[in-house]
Design a protein around this ligand. Structure first.
Ligand code: GLY
Length: 330
């Protein structure tokens, strides 16, 4: 697997001080940002390329990062051929497609839905929770009722062909009532982070979760601090892969806090990956990837195993797919 370094310097080529040590040694953050750094959007996996394109339709016109990330990940939710995001996703063990999503903006406002069935755009329901309720997360039947009350149409899931696959899978996996097995080829989750031309950060994360998961299972993706975290003073992070491992270390929050301590986005992701590795005796099949974007528009990623890639779109280079670094081969 080809590996690359993918840091991007601000177009000014100078470091804008956004976190600096005080006399007492603690860190003080400044929200000052320089619009000259330009807008950037990054997102997980190759499905991120199409998602970034749509996010850029907002960012490229001077729109807000929040609008960009919502529009961006809706692209993936709309893609019925995607088996790990949206209603085209694989169902749980019992044949129900249940969706998880969250969104967070530059004001630390956040919204999430989990275990949501029969609604095409969980990310927009998450945003509606954020903007219209005093709550952060709605789940299951309550989340669905909320979505219907706000006019989101009901859709059928699983898709016919997904249901057929699930039936085959059940026949071949008599052990399904014990412990499902994660497949690292099952590119789960789109996590997207963006900074707009005002220097504001937002993020979004959406998934159908672990294919053939136990009914009731919720992963990291809708959990603020695990699948996604944004602190507009510092940066933003998101995660993909085995949600249980991400939750154990409050993964995305950890990455942002490491950036607050002065780590680059890639270093912060690497340290979070190392923490996951340290917390697990058995790494077999345990893939997790982190992405991070800081206040200067610098970005990076790291994963437990190789094979994780992400899409980057910015003012300078257009769109590209980047292989995240890792220290392990599958
Ligand atoms: N990272 C997605 C999940 O574990 O559900």
């Amino acid at each position: 697997m080809k590996r690359r370094t993918f840091f991007k310097l601000g177009v000014l080529g100078t470091a804008l001080t956004f976190v600096k040590p005080s006399k007492a040694g603690e860190l003080i953050s400044s929200t000052v940002s320089d619009p000259n750094f330009g807008s950037v959007v990054i997102s997980t996996w190759d499905h991120g390329l199409a998602a970034n394109d749509n996010a850029w339709k907002v960012l490229g016109k001077g729109g807000a990062a929040l609008d960009a990330v919502e529009k961006g990940v809706r692209t993936t939710e709309n893609d019925l051929s995607n088996r790990s995001v949206g209603i085209g996703g694989r169902p749980d063990r019992d044949g129900h497609v249940t969706l998880d999503a969250c969104i967070m903006d530059e004001r630390s406002r956040c919204g999430a839905v989990a275990y949501l069935e029969g609604i095409k755009h969980p990310i927009s329901v998450a945003r509606t929770v954020m903007e219209n309720t005093p709550h952060v997360m709605l789940v299951g039947a309550g989340a669905k009722q909320f979505a219907l009350d706000y006019g989101f149409p009901k859709v059928k899931s699983p898709l016919k062909e997904v249901k057929q696959d699930w039936k085959e899978w059940k026949k071949e996996h008599k052990e399904v009532f014990e412990k499902p097995v994660i497949n690292h080829e099952n590119h789960d989750t789109i996590g997207m982070l963006a900074i707009d031309d005002k220097g504001n950060l937002s993020g979004a994360c959406t998934t159908s979760g672990w294919g053939y998961k136990l009914p009731g299972r919720v992963g990291d993706s809708p959990i603020i601090g695990a699948g996604l975290f944004v602190d507009n003073e510092v940066g933003a992070a998101c995660a993909t892969g085995l949600g249980e491992a991400v939750i154990r270390i409050a993964g995305s929050h950890t990455v942002v806090e490491l950036m607050r301590q002065g780590k680059s986005p890639e270093e912060a992701c690497k340290l979070a990956v190392e923490r996951i590795i340290a917390k697990h005796e058995d790494l077999e099949g345990l893939q997790v990837g982190f992405l991070a974007l800081n206040k200067r528009g610098e970005y990076g990623g790291y994963s437990v195993y190789n094979g994780f890639n992400y899409a980057v779109t910015d003012d300078n280079t257009g769109s590209k797919l980047v292989d995240a670094k890792s220290d392990r081969n599958w």
